[in-house]
Ligand binder design. Structure first.
Ligand SMILES: [Zn+2]
Length: 499
């Protein structure tokens, strides 16, 4: 039996590298793009027609790194927090989550992303004390109900922050140390077994909601634990992502602990391969990039959170020069304050302009757009059906209103899309052939009901996590000042001059 046909007529299809958008119709069968042709493209009788007059047609943006649990912690990261003080605060802002909370997180993130033209994301999702099938199914159900595709990776470790950073425990006031020492994550074996149980019983169609695995930060994982993650990725055919050299503290302590860079260390254990992506990748040198390139790994650029928590500015041109696939991402809404992939693209391009006086190295808008679509899909292992408007690809298509003031007048479509767009001109969003945003209205969930449930959840969490937040506040300066000290160490800045 044939699937229902849809035809999008009258729109203009973006060709980002050519800085053009010519009239084109798109024929869709079920959830898949069948044909793209000039206006008047033949369509079977009875096909649903979508009028795209004055609309720019772009592939759905793909968010290569986010954290769904952050949805119920919006606005809670202090404005002077660095990465490590953010991690210190984790139990206070992300603790005591019920499965219902996790489901709400999927809905909240899904709705925000759809409104900003995002159709797929790679979610590194945290659950305490161990990941669970129920928890991953809950957030997956949230994304699925909105209609967003998601790669869901349990974000796991076997060391706490205080165990992970050599010397940190000694920097904590003696009176607080006994309580800090009691903080424990589940054992490596228990966590890996919980992950495997979830992968075995995965309840979603994998082209829509796919599992992955995320040993969160190399220093937070014992070598045996990292190898366990590597083996699960191999056995279950999973993408694997880690936060690699995100902060200078991590880079300095990595050298101190392993005697090699973080990248060299995980490469020696066989973690880097075509299924691997490094989130952030700020404190990498040329040799690190050579390793990632040589093994076929990818890097995920998170310009918003890199600046928000002061981690630094990743250098992307040396990655592209080595043919490393680069994705663009927002990071969690709790550290970058939005899931706006338009903002992430603009910053990715603009940051490159202040890093190098040689304008030939600046990131062009079409390069950034490709990273935010094709590049992110590649990091998720979905490059064969996501990230492009092409026959055989999923019908994940965003309709941008060309009558919006962002495009009045239309000078250069690629520049205006990447440099001007905020998401405000996103008119409609199709995912898998279904309109999940239809002329400004979310069709799949009731946003007002979602708001009420989210407010109630946050109110409850504020209460049950109050003690954890107060304890984190007592530790804040001990953690922060320890890291400031590391950041003052002469970690060779020339390592960053990666060429
Ligand atoms: Zn992250």
């Amino acid at each position: 039996m044939s699937k229902p046909f849809t035809v999008i007529r009258g729109g203009r299809l973006l060709d980002a590298p050519a800085h053009r958008a010519d009239p084109a119709d798109i024929l869709i069968e079920g959830g898949t793009i069948r044909e793209i042709g000039p206006p008047g493209l033949a369509a079977p009788d009875g096909a649903t027609v979508i009028d795209a007059a004055w609309k720019l047609l772009i592939p759905g943006l793909v968010n290569g790194h986010c954290h769904g649990h952050g949805a119920l912690a919006k606005g809670m990261a202090g404005d002077d927090w660095i990465l490590e003080t953010f991690l210190n605060a984790g139990p206070g802002i992300s603790g005591n989550r019920t499965d219902e909370d996790k489901y709400l997180c999927g809905l909240i993130c899904g709705v925000e992303m759809v409104r900003k033209g995002v159709t797929a994301c790679y979610d590194l999702f945290f659950e305490f004390p161990t990941p669970s099938l129920e928890g991953m199914a809950a957030i997956g159900r949230g994304y699925d109900e909105v209609g967003v595709r998601a790669v869901i990776a349990p974000m796991i470790a076997d060391f706490t922050l205080y165990q992970a950073l050599p010397g940190l425990m000694d920097a904590i006031p003696a009176a607080l140390r006994p309580q800090v020492e009691q903080i424990r994550l589940a054992s490596a074996d228990a966590t890996l077994a919980a992950c495997e149980a979830a992968f075995r019983a995965w309840p979603f169609a994998r082209e829509r909601i796919r599992p992955a695995i995320a040993p969160t930060i190399p220093l937070h994982c014992s070598d045996d634990f990292m190898k366990g993650c590597r083996d699960l990725a191999r056995d279950w055919d999973l993408p694997l992502q880690t936060h690699l050299a995100e902060s200078k503290s991590q880079a300095v302590l990595g050298l101190r602990k392993y005697g090699t860079s973080l990248t060299a260390h995980i490469d020696a254990m066989g973690l880097i391969g075509p299924n691997f992506s490094a989130a952030h990748g700020i404190w990498l040198d040329g040799a690190d990039l050579d390793r990632i390139a040589g093994q076929g790994g990818a890097v995920v650029h998170n310009p918003m959170s890199n600046m928000r928590v002061g981690s630094g500015l990743a250098r992307i041109r040396p990655m592209l020069d080595r043919k490393i696939p680069v994705a663009v991402a927002t990071d969690g809404v709790n550290t970058s304050d939005s899931l706006n992939m338009f903002e992430a693209q603009r910053l990715a391009s603009f940051i490159s302009r202040v890093q190098d006086a040689d304008y030939r190295n600046w990131l062009k808008p079409e390069e950034v757009f490709t990273m935010a679509t094709v590049g992110s899909a590649r990091a998720m292992g979905w490059q064969d059906h996501v990230g492009e408007i092409a026959p055989g690809f999923a019908a994940d298509i965003v309709l941008i209103d060309l009558k919006h003031i962002h495009y009045v007048p239309l000078g250069d479509v690629t520049r205006q899309l990447v440099f001007t767009e905020s998401g405000a001109a996103v008119d409609s969003v199709m995912i898998g052939g279904r309109l999940v945003l239809d002329r400004g209205r979310i069709t799949t969930v009731d946003e007002e009901r979602l708001r009420v449930r989210a407010e109630a959840a946050v109110e409850r969490l504020r209460g049950v996590n109050a003690a954890a937040r107060a304890f984190a506040a007592k530790l804040h300066d001990a953690v922060g000042l320890f890291c400031i000290g590391l950041c003052r160490e002469p970690f060779p800045v020339q390592r960053l001059a990666a060429t």
